[in-house]
Design a protein around this ligand. Structure first.
Ligand code: SAM
Ligand code: DTB
Ligand code: SF4
Length: 338
């Protein structure tokens, strides 16, 4: 057997649920094509090996610097390239952010994610950002930031301040990417992810559905994520929130069955990652969300706002979990039992 044959042979013999970094797009397309019950059952079986399948992590978002972004991401309310009617604001101060984090924690969130509408932070912002990270960390919450591209130095500073996760999405396949964003490249994104890893932080990286991609793009994006040198510990799957004024304002909504399939495939190819059902729950039925949990999603964003767009309020989510007999993660009962 030559090397390629050996690799193919090893792939064919690796049981589903193995942590692998040698996926092919064709193999992942094969998973997408499985009969729906077969796909969801496989994903659920894999899910249970690592996680408490009845538990969901509650994460809360806060936009710490809103609007006026120089990037041209075709889906985004915060890009200065589009007239979306969003009011831009400056970086919030640490005390104001801390007050929101406290409110999130008291409402049951165990993870706090701070987002800024930047291409990248300026080195002169780092002291203030690091002070904010340390203060939020002091509340006992898991911390995450998403500030755009990072240099190795900036990633190191955030790590030293105690940041647990950095969120930076690949968003879509390398093939579809240029149709959505022209101001930064796919490689720029991979470089930032490498800086985050080298600094020793956990990676939160996923994408968006409903931005004109085809099924092959979804398979290709998941292939990129699963073949990173290490799987992102957290994988957000967003459904586009259509924003008036953006080029994608009238994009076709993703079919719920296609969403569930994508969650299931993400669970299978990244068996030990937290898969977060992120933007777009506002337009999902309870039944669709229940199927996503069956397929291996185990985190959601809570609160009535994401960064700038709507999200189901807390009482709706409490009622959903209650009706499903599921529980929210707590600090002493994590989704990943120790
Ligand atoms: N400015 C930073 C950046 O893009 O690197 C961080 C914030 S940005 C809002 C984080 C991610 O949110 C994007 O990569 C995208 O996947 C998602 N997102 C943004 N706008 C969205 C929308 N309208 N619907 C769904 N997801 C969206
Ligand atoms: C991610 O993948 N989804 C979150 C978080 N990372 C930062 C953001 C969703 C934003 C949805 C659009 C908005 O509210 O502006
Ligand atoms: Fe800016 Fe982030 Fe929005 Fe892109 S997704 S326009 S980088 S805020």
């Amino acid at each position: 057997m030559n090397q390629i044959e050996r690799q193919q042979d090893a792939r064919a013999r690796a049981p589903l649920g193995t942590v692998r970094h040698d996926w092919t797009v064709e193999e992942i397309q094969g998973l997408f094509k499985l009969p729906f019950p077969e796909l969801v059952f496989t994903a659920q079986a894999i899910h249970r090996r690592t996680f408490d399948a009845s538990a969901v992590q509650m994460a809360q978002l806060l936009s710490i610097k809103t609007g006026g972004c120089p990037e041209d991401c075709g889906y985004c309310s915060q890009s200065a390239h589009f007239e979306t009617g969003l009011k831009a604001s400056k970086l919030m101060d640490t005390e104001a952010i801390l007050a929101e984090a406290r409110r999130a924690r008291d409402g049951g969130a165990t993870r706090f994610c701070m987002g800024a509408a930047w291409r990248s932070p300026k080195d002169r912002d780092m002291d203030e950002l690091c002070g904010t990270v340390s203060a939020v960390k002091g509340l006992g919450m898991e911390t995450c930031m998403t500030l755009g591209m990072l240099t190795a130095y900036q990633a190191q500073r955030l790590k030293e301040a105690g940041l647990d996760y950095y969120n930076h999405n690949l968003d879509t396949s390398p093939e579809h990417y240029g149709n959505i964003i022209t101001t930064r490249t796919y490689q720029d994104r991979l470089d930032t992810l490498a800086h985050v890893r080298e600094a020793g932080m956990a990676v939160c990286c996923g994408g968006i559905l409903g931005i004109g991609e085809g099924e092959v793009d979804r398979a290709s994006m998941l292939c990129q994520l699963a073949n990173l040198p290490a799987h992102p510990e957290s994988v957000p799957i967003n459904m586009l929130m259509q924003v008036e004024g953006t080029p994608l304002a009238n994009a076709k909504r993703v079919d719920a069955i296609d969403l569930v399939r994508t969650i299931a495939v993400a669970r299978i190819v990244m068996p030990e990652s937290v898969v977060r059902l992120s933007a777009g729950r506002e337009h999902m039925t309870d039944e669709a969300q229940a199927l996503c949990f069956m397929a291996g999603a185990n985190s959601i964003f809570v609160g009535d706002k994401l960064l700038t767009t709507a999200n189901p309020g807390r009482s709706k989510d409490e009622s959903l979990l209650d009706r499903l007999g599921m529980r929210a993660e707590t600090p002493d009962a994590p989704i990943k039992p120790v």
